[in-house]
Design a protein around this ligand. Sequence first.
Ligand code: AMP
Length: 443
Amino acid sequence: MTFATLGLIEPLLRALEALGYQTPTPVQAQAIPAVLAGRDLMAAAQTGTGKTAGFAVPLLQRLTMEGPKVTANSVRALILCPTRELAEQVHASVAQYAEHLPLTTYAVYGGVSINPQMMKLCKGVDVLVATPGRLIDLFRQNALKLNQLQTLVLDEADRMLDLGFSEELANIYRMLPKKRQTLLFSATFSDDIRLLAGQMLIDPLSIEVSPRNVAANTVKQWVVPVDKKRKAELFVHLMRKGKWKQVLVFAKTRNGVDALVDKLQGLGINADGIHGDKPQATRQRALDRFKASEVQILVATDVAARGLDIEDLPMVVNFDLPIVAEDYIHRIGRTGRAGNTGEAISLVCADEVNMLSAIEMLTRQTLTRRMEQDFEPEHRVPDTDASGQVVKKPKKPKKPKTSGGGGKRNLGKWVESGEVAAEPSIKPVRKVPVFNTGPRKKK
Ligand code: AMP
């Protein structure tokens, strides 16, 4: 199969050829004809599968072939993304695909001045990529009208819910024309996403190009058990031992990112960090420098690193495990992209055992553990497996009670003795927007 056989027009074929895309990826092969035919889409596609071109290319073709010219302050296609970096990245791809088309494209997001964005929107834009909050701001300030909207894309929809954008999505939903095409892309498909899809889409074509919630199989994954306080030391040790060239490191908190970057820089290691507290320009600069291999180690929180496409990234390290198990899939999806192989190493301490168990259950695999000599943890990480079981250590014989107040231990949390809850209790907290679900006409 070629892109030409999917019915794409010559200017798009030329753009794809210039990018070196020879054959459509599975998600593209399914999505392109469906979007061209005007269908709604619900696509579960792993990150790195080529999903951006899967929605953007046919969308650009429809805009070129159909519909009126864009009018002042209007947009004809809207792509919603969870983070600023992802909005920039998706926009960069859209602009490349649209290079030979008479269409305008633009990206808007928070953290930067709104005025230039308002100015840019004055003449109208064919394809707007936006984060939900800034889109609403622009709409409320009358800088944006959605009555010309033909196609709405929800990219990384699960992440938008995880990041708490459910209210924004519900507000945007009320701003949309009823007659439109809607394409929903999500790396993972939870019940909340299915509910959202039920409200937003009409008779959608379902595409699932990889088994549900299974991590990229081009990525070699393993776990190194370690005590929490020795993680930074272990990281430096592994980095030097493995002669790692370029690594994306995920830490749980903004402070965690800063502390690790300080430590690495203090050792003369070329490291930088990105997280939500840093100004957008600083984040983008760190990312650009990392992409250009001018920075060796980039430490990031999940919010900052979501969906980033970094060519040939060989290694991802989970300095901390993610609180939401599904984020593990997104994180390791930063490597092993577009047919390359990659490695993902997680440094796991005892109090992360429930998170490890939740990840193994979600990805349906028991992650291999490799003990690193001289870093064996004092606080053992209990055994886990893909069934979600955390294997309890045999209990120590009870000491005779000397005073009252002992009572039962709380088994919901990891406690030092090695007793842990049998069930992982990691559940993403999500609110699903409540929409007015009145009938919507199909475009
Ligand atoms: P995405 O999943 O959209 O983030 O795409 C992942 C990477 O695959 C990006 O670097 C794309 O440029 C690249 N890509 C997308 N489609 C193709 C294709 N058909 N052939 C080769 N590379 C592609």
